[in-house]
Every structure is written in structure tokens, then in C-alpha cells.
Design a binder for this molecule. Sequence first.
Ligand code: SAH
Length: 353
Amino acid sequence: MDTLKKRLLRQIRSRGPISLSDYMGACLLDPDHGYYCRPNPIGAEGSFTTAPEISQMFGELIGICIGQAWMDQGRPDRFTLAELGPGRGTLMADLLRATASIPGFNRCAHVHLVERSQRLQGIQAERLRDHDPIWCQHADDLPEQPLFLVANEFFDALPIRQFKRMQESWIETLIGANGNRLVYRDSGPIRCNALMAKEADTEPSDIVELRPLADRIICSLSQTIREFGGIALIADYGDLHLKGNTFQAVRDHRTANPLDDPGLADLTSHVDFSAIIRSAEGVAATPLITQGEFLGRMGIAQRANMLAASANAEQLHDHMAAYRRLTGSDQMGTLFKFVAFHPLGSTTPPGFP
Ligand code: SAH
């Protein structure tokens, strides 16, 4: 049996069931057995792929958006260019190639990567070696200076706690053991402020998911942007006012049972953008728009045509498939959403209405 599963079973037998949050934290980031600490977790060889791995256009258009926001905010001459959860470093590499044509941007940018996986840090170091990146363990560690930040498919990987509303109280979904199997268990009744705030828009038997770490990170980023300027561009799958069980596992590009193979599958849940927007205090939030709309407004069709002009037949086929995958409403175009935070009174970043 897998070592992480054995360890979790032992822990549960001696100390009782654990929260989904503790389970996700161990399965994704355990230094020896966590999913993101394995070789090649992301891309064709991993369990799942992401927009920057599908086409260079994704990172390039995000670069143009961030570069334009930097110019609109008076080209601060010392600033943090940050990414949360940079994966293989592809988005940041494409972004920096696009911003190389904006005078002064790359010279003034201090590249910071918030990444916990040592394995992925190694891949990022190789990919971004010309840009002297600095790694941080936590978003709180980013410097106190203007902050221009992107996070793609980062928040969905942060641990959640899941609760079910009962008539008079709530119960939490926990993970316990039955023989050698991990199984879901219900906690006893719980009441807390965060759940009471959910009572107005839920009914008995509704399920809600809270992501306390995401709320703290957004609060910290918005404080930096409020004080020093910048933007935070957040892209992920999810929606406003989410309800229901969205906890899921993906292994080898297929959905799997989240409890079957701890550490071997990617575990995520949909991002509740209402909670993200609520946590951003004292900054302006753009409307939440779909990935298709954001990329369309940023000119992906024109960029796709430019790249198509120099492609051979095979490249053209792959390129058009990638374009459709990023923008198609039956693919990533509608499920994935974008929101940006910027200082009150500053120009709305490009790509947003
Ligand atoms: N943004 C990349 C990768 C997304 S996968 C892309 O679009 O391809 C999620 C990334 O977040 C991985 O790099 C993972 O190691 C990192 N990550 C997950 N939880 C984290 C945490 N709590 N702190 C820092 N990084 C984390």
C-alpha cells in the first residue's frame, strides 16, 4: 500500500478523523509523497494540463495585460512581478517574453514565485534562469512595494473545509478509516461565525466549502496593492455563489475517487469567487468574466492569426486546437473565470469591461 495512505490511516486510527483541509494539504504538498512533489505533475505527462501548457498565447496575453496596467499606474521603477503556484514556470516565461517589448518593464521587475514544491521550484529555476527569480513559501512574504501578480489554477489547489447545513447546526465532512480504506465521516454539530454568515443564502441539506487560506492570501495581497499599487489577476475554475460538493480528484487526465490514491492524484475544488472578492478589502474588483471573454478582449484571435501565418500544417492543426481549447465555451472558455484587483480610482486593467 502507498506510504502516504498508510501514514494517514495510522494517524486517523490513533487520533480520529481528519478534515478535508488536512487531507488535501498532505496529498498535495507532503515533501516525500505529495502530488506536486512528484516528477512531472503538470502537462501531458502529469495528471492534468493547464492553460499556459496548452498555448504560449495564454501567458503572452496576461503579460500584455499586466504590462499595460504597469504603464497605466505610472511605470513604478521598482516593483514585484509575482506568480502564485507557477507550476512549470511556463506562464511566467511567456509573460516575460511578451513584456520584453515594453520599455523598462522587465528591467524594473523583481520576479517572485510563491511555490511550496521543491521539485517544481527546480523546474522553475531552469525555465526562468535569465530572470533571477526569488522564491517565497507564502504570499505574506512578498515585498512591500508595488505588486503585479498573476495566479492561474492556484486557488483551486488550496485546502478546503466542507460543511453540510442541518436544521439547527452544521456538520463537517471528515475523513476516517474503515479497515484499510479511507472513507468520509460526518463530524458532530458545529456552529461558527463563518458558517452563520452562510445561513442567509443556504437551506438545510446544502453543502458549502470554505477556503480559509485563500481568504487570508487575498486579504494580504489586497493590503499590498492598496498601499503600494499594482494588480492581482486571478484565473481559475469556479463561479460566484458556489454551493455543493465540488471536491474532486484527477489522475491521468481522468476523474478519480479523491480518497483512493492519496498523493497520486491532483485534488482540487471549484473556487468560490464570491469569497475571493469579499476578502479583497479596500481595492477595486473588476467584474468576474469568463476566460473566453478575457482572452477575446485581449486580442487572442489576432494573436492566433499571427502565429498561424508562420506555422506548418501540423503546427497549424495543433495551434487551432489549442485556441479552441482555451476559448471554446464547451471547453475551458466558460468554466474558467478571471477577476482582477487594482487600487481604488486606478484604470481598470485591460481585458475587463
Ligand atoms: N499555475 C500553474 C500551475 C498550477 S498547479 C499553471 O497554470 O500551469 C498549482 C500550483 O500551485 C503548483 O505549482 C503547486 O505546487 C502550487 N501550490 C499548491 N498549493 C500551494 C501552496 N499552499 N503554497 C504555494 N504553492 C502551492
